[in-house]
Unconditional design. Structure first.
Length: 260
């Protein structure tokens, strides 16, 4: 499968996801929205599987092992998702969606970390010779990776807070429905955001692992800080915002992979 055809299929999947969100906005079109969502995800999964086979074949590695792990993940993750969707009450659906968004964010973080540590495994750089140094990641790929990691980290920690506020079962203050505010909160968020942006630029220019992990740490903290001042009644709106974040995080990774 060529990368151009894969990009076209990913675009079709994206259109299906947009139609799914549109359909899920009203009960009368929710079934159609779910069909669009399932169709888009099927296209994305099959396209990704075909790209993995292509990557392994170009590397001289049998794709059976990699596809076996992916199939195991699909069975475990799909089974758990089906069980949760089957047993959840309709009133608890927003918190379930928040939980799923947190998993998407963490998946984006793990992928970005793996690609930053072993970029040759993803075809971003050439595989080094035995005992040789890993070639530097191209500048554009570094930016895409660090942005995907940061957005994924914010999505994860922010979705965890949204899940806790929607659940309302925890006695931890940040998980309670009432807004959590403190003096200098906005200034703290601003300082952390500026530092994170500076570190993103630093990693993009130097490929420093310290900058990369520092960005992740700050992003996890920011995800908490930007959600805790919002009350539980507004969490469904917050979940919609985090839904867009959970789409941006994998999109950044896909862009980094396409650059290679």
């Amino acid at each position: 499968m060529s990368l151009d055809f894969a990009t076209l299929l990913y675009l079709i999947a994206s259109v299906c996801f947009i139609q799914a969100l549109k359909g899920l906005s009203h009960p009368t079109t929710s079934i159609r929205g779910n069909i669009f969502g399932m169709t888009g995800m099927a296209i994305a999964v099959l396209t990704t599987g075909a790209l993995i086979v292509r990557l392994f074949e170009s590397s001289g590695i049998s794709p059976a092992i990699g596809l076996g792990w992916i199939l195991l993940g699909l069975v475990v993750g799909g089974g758990y998702g089906a069980w949760r969707a089957k047993t959840v009450e309709m009133t608890a659906m927003p918190e379930l969606v928040a939980f799923f968004h947190s998993m998407i964010g963490m998946a984006a973080v793990f992928i970005a970390v793996a690609a930053a540590v072993e970029p040759y495994a993803f075809g971003i750089v050439a595989k080094p010779a035995a005992g040789g140094a890993i070639p530097p990641i191209p500048t554009g790929n570094r930016l895409e990776l660090i942005l995907g990691a940061a957005i994924g980290a914010i999505t994860f920690s922010g979705s965890v807070i949204a899940w806790g506020k929607l659940s309302g079962k925890s006695k931890i203050r940040v998980f309670k429905g009432a807004p959590v505010t403190f003096a200098g909160q906005h200034w703290l968020n601003l300082v952390l955001a500026i530092v994170m942006l500076a570190l993103i630029v630093g990693y993009t220019l130097t490929e420093s692992r310290i900058d990369f992990y520092a960005v992740l740490a700050i992003a996890f903290v920011l995800g908490v800080l930007i959600i805790i001042p919002i009350g539980g009644a507004d969490m469904p709106v917050v979940v919609s915002m985090l839904n867009s974040y959970s789409g941006w995080a994998p999109a950044r990774w896909s862009a980094a992979r396409a650059r290679s």
